[in-house]
Ligand binder design. Structure first.
Ligand code: KG4
Ligand code: ZN
Length: 341
C-alpha cells in the first residue's frame, strides 16, 4: 500500500507554512514569514499577521504542491494547526484548510501546534519511541511534555511561568546591542566567552521552588540579573565583556533546561528526550543536553534547525501520523482554539 500523502498548514504566529509529506518522507516545506512587517513594532502584531497569512496562503500552497510534484486532488488528508496561537492567525489557516479539504474531498485533521513540534522529528529520525519526554523551547513557548502516545496522549509536565527561553535570548541580546532575533548572535558570541565568568541565577532550581515548580521554568529573573550586571559595569565606565556575558547567560539557560529535561526523563523512567523549537538550534544546549543525558542512558533527538522553527512540515508530519494510527478525522466544523493547552 502507498503511504498517505498529507498536506499540513501552519499559521499560528507569523509564518505561513505549508508542508507535504508522504508517510514520514518530507516532499515540500514552503514558508512565507511576515516577521519583517512586525519588526518596526518590536513584536508580532496579530492583525498584521492575519492579513499576511491571507495574502500568502495561495502562493505558498502553489509552491508546496509544485515542489512536491503533486496536485491537490492527490492528497489523502489535510492537517492544520487548530491552536494554540494567535486567534486571527489560526482562523486564516483553519478556514483555508477547510476549503482545501472540501475542494479535494479529503478528511481534515485539526492538530495541536506543540504536538506538531514533536511529530516533525519523525521526518528526520523515524518513529518516535514512546513514551518520550519532549522539551519545546522557542520565542513563544517553553514546555516539558510527556509523550505517551503522539497520536493522542501528550501531557504537559511544566512550562515557563514568565518569559519563554527564546524571549530571554532576544531580550538579553538587545541589552548587549546584538541584533534580533537574539539567539544566533548570542550563540556565536558565547563561543569566544567564558561560561563561568559570571554566576547568573538558575530560575526555579532551589529546593523550595522545586517542591512547587519541579518541571516549570522562569527566565525573567535571569534577564533582570543580566541587565543589572551590565548596568553596574557601564557605571564603572569599563567596557562590557559581551562574549563573557553571552556565554555565562547561555550557560545558565542551558543548565536549567537540560537539568529539568533530564529530571523529567529519569523520574518518569523515560529514555528518549526530544528537543524542539527555535532554541533547539542552540549549539550549547545541544551539546550539554546530549552529554548529560548520555550519563543516564537517555538518547537525545533534535531535528535540524529548519524543522525546529514553525513550519508546515511539522503539521503534515503529525497529520500523517494520525492517518497511520487510524485516528478519526476532525470534520469540517472544527474551531480554531487559540488557548488549546
Ligand atoms: O520556533 P521559533 O522560530 O519561533 C517561535 O518563537 O515560535 O523560535 C524563535 C526563537 C527566537 O527567540 C530566537 O532567538 C531563538 O528561537 N533562537 C535561538 C537560536 N536560534 C534561534 N536561541 C538560542 N540559540 C540559537 N542558536
Ligand atoms: Zn512553535
Amino acid at each position: 500500500v502507498d503511504e498517505p500523502l498529507v498536506l499540513g498548514i501552519e499559521t499560528s504566529c507569523d509564518e505561513t507554512g505549508i508542508g507535504v509529506v508522504r508517510g514520514t518522507t518530507l516532499l515540500a516545506d514552503a514558508i512565507a514569514s511576515s516577521m519583517s512587517e512586525h519588526a518596526k513594532y518590536g513584536g508580532v502584531v496579530p492583525e498584521v499577521a492575519s492579513r499576511a497569512h491571507l495574502a500568502a496562503m495561495a502562493g505558498t500552497m502553489r509552491e508546496a504542491l509544485d515542489t512536491a510534484g503533486v496536485r491537490l486532488s492527490d492528497v489523502d488528508a489535510v492537517a492544520v494547526t487548530a491552536g494554540p496561537g494567535l486567534a486571527g492567525a489560526l482562523l486564516v489557516g483553519v478556514a483555508a484548510a477547510k476549503a482545501y479539504a472540501l475542494a479535494a474531498g479529503k478528511p481534515l485533521y485539526g492538530v495541536n501546534h506543540l504536538s506538531a513540534h514533536v511529530a516533525v522529528d519523525t521526518l528526520e529520525h523515524g518513529p518516535l519511541p514512546e513514551p518520550a519526554i519532549a522539551m519545546l523551547v522557542s520565542g513563544g513557548h517553553s514546555s516539558l511534555l510527556m509523550v505517551e502516545d503522539l497520536a493522542g496522549r501528550v501531557e504537559p509536565l511544566g512550562a515557563t511561568i514568565d518569559d519563554a527561553a527564546g524571549e530571554a535570548f532576544d531580550k538579553v541580546a538587545r541589552l548587549l546591542g546584538l541584533p534580533f532575533p537574539g539567539g544566533p548572535p548570542i550563540d556565536k558570541a558565547a563561543r569566544n566567552g567564558d561560561p563561568v565568568a559570571i554566576d547568573f541565577p538558575r530560575g526555579l532550581t532551589s529546593p523550595r521552588d522545586l517542591a512547587r515548580h519541579r518541571f516549570d521554568f522562569s527566565f525573567s529573573g535571569l534577564k533582570t540579573a543580566v541587565a543589572r550586571w551590565v548596568e553596574a559595569r557601564e557605571r564603572t565606565g569599563e567596557p562590557v565583556p559581551v562574549d563573557d556575558v553571552a556565554a555565562s547567560f547561555q550557560e545558565a539557560v542551558c543548565d536549567v533546561l537540560s537539568r529539568k529535561a533530564i529530571d523529567a526523563c529519569r523520574s518518569n523512567g523515560v529514555d528518549t528526550l526530544l528537543i524542539g523549537g527555535g532554541v533547539a538550534a542552540n549549539s550549547r544546549l545541544r551539546s550539554m543536553a546530549t552529554e548529560r543525558a548520555e550519563r543516564y542512558g537517555i538518547r537525545v533527538r533534535v531535528p535540524r534547525p529548519k524543522l525546529c522553527t514553525d513550519n508546515g512540515a511539522m503539521v503534515a508530519a503529525l497529520g500523517s501520523h494520525l492517518v497511520a494510527a487510524a485516528v478519526p478525522p476532525s470534520g469540517l466544523d472544527i474551531p480554531a482554539d487559540s488557548s488549546l493547552p
